[in-house]
Design a protein around this ligand. Structure first.
Ligand SMILES: Nc1ncnc2c1ncn2[C@@H]1O[C@H](COP(=O)(O)OP(=O)(O)OP(=O)(O)O)[C@@H](O)[C@H]1O
Ligand SMILES: [Mg+2]
Length: 614
C-alpha cells in the first residue's frame, strides 16, 4: 500500500465538492464564533455577579448582570443551534455530492476494472470511505476552525484577567499536543487496517450471498464461514487497537488537565491573598481555562480523526484515479446518417490486447458487415468472439486498426451515440431485481407497457411471462430466480429488441439450452434479423442456417476448415473468406470451398429468401 496522501493533496482533491457549500459553511462558522463569544461573555457576567452581588450580598447588583447573562445565554444557544445545524447540512451535502461523483465515475470505468475488483470492497469505498473523507474535509474543517477560535478567545480572556497566571497555564498546553501526537501514528495504522478489514467483510458477504448456489452445491459453507471469520478477526483486531487508543486518550488528557487546574488554583489562592485578583476573577479565570481544554482536546481528537480519514481518502483517491479504457469523444464530434435497415459494421485490421493480458486477443482482424446482413461468428473458446462485441460497444479501443459504424470510426462518435446504435445480448444474461416489465424496459425506461409487450412477443417471451404469477409485474430475483436459462435469454433478447437499434449483437444466445428452448430463442432471431444488421456469436452449427455468412475466428487452419465444412453452410463460400472473415481481401483461385454437406432442411424457411435477397 502506498503512503497515505498528504492533507494538502486530500484537500486539493476534494475541495471542488465543497465549493457550493462555501456560503453555508461561512455562515455556520460565523454562528459558531458568535456562540463562543457568548460563552466568553457569560463567564464575564458570572464574574461580575460573584464579585458585585454574591460577595457584597446585594440583590440590586444582581439584576443587570443576571439578566444580561440570560440574554447572552439565549443568544449563544440560538447561534450554537444554527451553526451546528448549518455545518451539518453543508457536510452532508458534501457527502451526497461526493458519493454521487464517485459512483458516476466508477460507473464509467471499463468492465476490465471490475474484473480485477471485488464488489464488496467497492461498496465499502462508496459508503464508509466517502464518509471518512467527509469527516476530514467538511466537518473536520468546521470543527478545527471553531476549536481554534474558541482557544484564542478563552486564552485571550484568561490573559486579560491575569496574564502571569494565564502564561503558567499555557506553558502546560504542549503536554496535550504531546499526548495527541504520540497517539496519532498508532491510530493511523489501526484505521487503515480497520478500513481494509471492513472492505474484506463486505466482499466475503457479498460474494457468499451472490454465489449461494455454488457454495451450497459444493458444500463450501464452512469455507465461507472461515473466510468471514478471518476477515472479521482482522477487522476486530484493528477495531480493538483503535478502541484502546481512543479509550486511553481522554483519561490521559483528563489527568493532564487535573494537574493544570490544581496548579492554577494553587497559584490563584496565593494571588488572592496578595489581592492581585478577586474571588470572582479567579473563578472566571478557572472557568476560562476550563473552557480552554475542551477545544484543545477537540483539536487533538480532530488530529486523530484526520489520521483515520486519510486512510479512507487514500482508498477513494485510488478509485478516482482509475481511468476508463476509452475516452468519450466530445458531443457533436461526428454524426451518423439516419439508418434504414441496419448499419454497416467494419473491423479494419483490428489488433487488441486486454490491459492485463500478455497475449493479444485479436490480431489484424478484418471483417465487413453490410447493413442488414446477418453474420454468424464462430470459433474456438477464447478466440476473441466476445472481445469483438466489447470493441463494437467500445468498452475498449483497439490497440491498432479501427472499428467503424457506417464508415465512421467509433472513436469519433460520442460513446452514447455508439451504444444507442447497438443492442447487445451478452453471453451472461443479466436479470435485475425488478419486475419483468422493468427488466425488459431497462435500457428504455420510458417505454410504454404496450411497447414492452410487443418486444416480449418478438422475443417469444410473452407467453411464459403471462404464465408467471403476476405476469409482467412479477418481481424477478437478482439472478433471475423464477426463470429458466432459456427464459432469461428471451428476456435479454426482448430488452435488446425494445431498443430497436440498427445493429444487434447476440453473444451465444443458445448456449446451454436444450433443443426446445433453443428453438424458442432461434425463432425470434429470424424475424429480428430482417430489419437490422445482426451479428450472432455462437458455437452452434444449427444457427448457421440463419446466417448470410459464417465467419470463423482463430484456431488451426485445417481444423477450422473441418469445423466449417461440417456445418450446413447455406451456399458455396470461398473458404478464404469464411476463415479470415475478410471480404475485401482477394480470394485465391485455388482456395478450398466449403460446400453444403447437408441438404437444406425441409420445412425450414430459407432465411436468405425470406429476407428478400437474391
Ligand atoms: N478482461 C480480460 N482481461 C484479460 N484477458 C481477457 C479478458 N477477457 C478475455 N480475455 C482473454 O481474451 C481472449 C478472448 O476472449 P473472449 O472472451 O473474446 O473469447 P471468446 O471467443 O468469446 O470465448 P468463448 O467462446 O469461451 O466465449 C481469451 O484468451 C481470454 O482469456
Ligand atoms: Mg465469449
Amino acid at each position: 500500500m502506498t503512503a497515505a496522501p498528504g492533507l494538502r493533496e486530500v484537500f486539493a482533491r476534494f475541495r471542488p465538492f465543497l465549493r457550493a457549500e462555501r456560503g453555508g459553511l461561512l455562515v455556520a462558522a460565523a454562528l459558531l464564533v458568535l456562540a463562543a463569544l457568548a460563552d466568553t461573555a457569560a463567564i464575564w457576567m458570572f464574574m461580575l455577579i460573584t464579585d458585585e452581588a454574591l460577595a457584597a450580598g446585594s440583590l440590586d447588583a444582581f439584576w443587570t448582570p443576571g439578566l444580561s447573562w440570560l440574554g447572552i445565554a439565549a443568544f449563544g444557544a440560538a447561534s450554537s443551534f444554527g451553526g451546528t445545524y448549518l455545518a451539518t447540512r453543508a457536510a452532508e451535502r458534501f457527502l451526497v455530492r461526493l458519493r454521487a461523483h464517485v459512483f458516476a465515475h466508477v460507473q464509467r470505468l471499463s468492465p476490465d476494472f471490475f474484473a480485477r475488483r471485488r464488489t464488496g470492497d467497492l461498496v465499502a469505498r462508496l459508503s464508509g470511505d466517502v464518509e471518512a473523507v467527509e469527516r476530514l474535509v467538511a466537518s473536520g474543517m468546521v470543527e478545527t476552525g471553531t476549536a481554534l477560535f474558541s482557544v484564542v478567545l478563552y486564552a485571550g480572556a484568561a490573559l486579560y484577567l491575569r496574564w502571569d497566571l494565564a502564561l503558567l497555564s499555557f506553558a502546560l498546553a504542549p503536554a496535550f499536543w504531546l499526548v495527541a501526537r504520540s497517539f496519532s501514528a498508532g491510530m493511523r495504522t489501526a484505521s487503515r487496517e480497520e478500513r481494509a478489514g471492513n472492505g474484506e467483510i463486505a466482499t466475503v458477504v457479498a460474494e457468499g450471498l451472490s454465489h449461494v448456489e455454488l457454495v451450497q452445491a459444493g458444500n463450501q459453507q464452512h469455507n465461507q464461514d472461515a473466510k468471514l471469520r478471518a476477515a472479521s478477526t482482522r477487522w476486530f483486531r484493528a477495531k480493538l487497537a483503535e478502541a484502546r487508543l481512543s479509550a486511553l486518550y481522554p483519561p490521559l488528557v483528563t489527568m493532564v488537565e487535573t494537574v493544570c487546574i490544581l496548579l492554577v488554583i494553587g497559584v490563584g489562592v496565593w494571588e488572592i491573598s496578595a489581592e492581585r485578583i478577586t474571588l470572582g476573577g479567579l473563578m472566571a479565570f478557572a472557568a476560562y481555562i476550563g473552557y480552554l481544554y475542551p477545544p484543545l482536546q477537540d483539536l487533538g481528537r480532530i488530529t486523530m480523526a484526520v489520521t483515520a480519514a486519510r486512510a479512507g481518502s487514500e482508498r477513494l483517491i485510488e478509485l478516482l484515479d482509475a481511468r476508463p479504457a476509452v475516452a468519450d469523444a466530445p458531443i457533436g464530434t461526428a454524426g451518423l446518417p439516419p439508418s434504414r435497415s441496419g448499419r454497416a459494421v467494419e473491423f479494419d485490421r483490428v489488433a487488441f490486447r486486454y490491459p492485463q493480458a500478455t497475449e493479444p486477443a485479436l490480431r489484424d482482424f478484418r471483417l465487413q458487415v453490410r447493413p442488414g446482413e446477418f453474420v454468424l461468428i464462430t470459433g474456438p473458446s477464447g478466440a476473441g468472439k466476445s472481445t469483438l462485441a466489447r470493441l463494437l460497444l467500445r468498452f475498449y479501443d483497439p490497440e491498432a486498426g479501427r472499428v467503424l459504424l457506417d464508415g465512421v470510426d467509433l472513436t469519433r462518435l460520442p460513446l452514447h451515440a455508439v451504444r444507442d446504435q447497438i443492442g447487445l445480448v451478452p453471453q451472461e444474461a443479466d436479470v435485475l431485481h425488478a419486475t419483468v416489465a422493468d427488466n425488459i424496459a431497462f435500457a428504455r425506461p420510458e417505454a410504454t407497457r404496450a411497447e414492452v409487450v410487443a418486444a416480449a412477443r418478438e422475443a417469444d417471451a410473452d407467453e411464459f411471462v403471462r404464465a408467471l404469477p403476476e405476469g409482467y409485474d412479477t418481481m424477478l430475483g437478482e439472478r433471475g430466480a423464477l426463470l429458466s436459462g432459456g427464459q432469461r435469454r428471451r428476456i435479454a433478447i426482448a430488452r435488446a429488441v425494445l431498443r430497436r437499434t440498427p445493429v444487434l449483437v447476440l453473444d451465444e444466445p443458445t448456449n446451454g439450452l436444450d433443443a426446445a428452448s433453443k428453438s424458442k430463442v432461434v425463432a425470434p432471431l429470424r424475424a429480428l434479423a430482417r430489419t437490422r444488421t445482426t451479428i450472432l456469436i455462437s458455437h452452434d452449427p444449427e444457427l448457421a442456417e440463419l446466417a448470410d455468412r459464417v465467419v470463423v475466428l482463430g484456431g488451426e487452419p485445417t481444423s477450422r476448415l473441418d469445423a466449417v465444412a461440417a456445418w450446413p453452410v447455406r451456399h458455396d463460400v470461398p473458404a478464404g473468406r469464411v476463415l479470415s472473415g475478410d471480404l475485401s481481401a482477394p480470394v485465391p483461385d485455388d482456395a478450398p470451398t466449403v460446400r453444403l454437406r447437408r441438404p437444406w432442411p425441409a420445412g425450414l424457411t430459407d432465411p436468405l429468401h425470406a429476407r428478400g435477397r437474391p
